[in-house]
Design a binder for this molecule. Sequence first.
Ligand SMILES: Cc1cc2nc3c(=O)[nH]c(=O)nc-3n(C[C@H](O)[C@H](O)[C@H](O)COP(=O)(O)O)c2cc1C
Length: 211
Amino acid sequence: MADDRGAAVVVGVTGASGALYATRTIAALLERAVRVELVVSDYGRRLLRDELGDAATIDRLIPFLTDRYGPGVGAGALTIHSNRDLGATIASGSHGCRGMAVVPCSMKTLAAIAHGLSRNLIERAADVMLKERRPLIMVPRETPMSLPQLRNMVLCAEAGAIVLPAMPAFYQQPKTLDDLGDFMAGKILSALGFEHDLYPSWTGTAAREPR
Ligand SMILES: Cc1cc2nc3c(=O)[nH]c(=O)nc-3n(C[C@H](O)[C@H](O)[C@H](O)COP(=O)(O)O)c2cc1C
């Protein structure tokens, strides 16, 4: 497996449903000794608590991740930035990093990135990824989608982002919500160029008998 230790990755968490995808992605990066630069919007913080419980607060995130995913998360480093701090390191293209995932990505933040608004740190860091031609993985979640939302995804894809919707597959016969979280986190890690074994590769037949 490639040595990813010490790589830096920005993770933006916004107020779309799917907080589990965010925590599994952050944990999987930390397990690979990645330096995670985390920014969570106000509604992202709300969705973390609403969907994962009161323990999933930003100031207690490492204990939460350790309880849920195990001590392996201790291999990495987590830096938390305020979404209001446009002077943070990750607001500049001079700050080296492997790429960024916005997971989950609300339709509001999707629209802002599509139009280069850079009003907060998540939007600005995403804009930096696009201008520096670094991987920007956007994980939108909404259904159904309006025409403006679909057009905003096209704009992001045209600008170089990878639009990776929160659409877990079922060929791997998931049994738990964590299996779905593993699948999406694995897709995001792959898009960022990390090797992983978060889900089995398709071999031509389903891994297990369907229930
Ligand atoms: C419980 C809850 C669930 C939501 N789910 C979604 C969602 O799945 N997708 C979405 O685009 N917005 C969703 N929203 C709306 C966004 O949170 C809202 O547009 C917010 O302004 C997004 O801001 P942010 O992108 O800065 O986090 C949800 C809001 C709440 C309170």
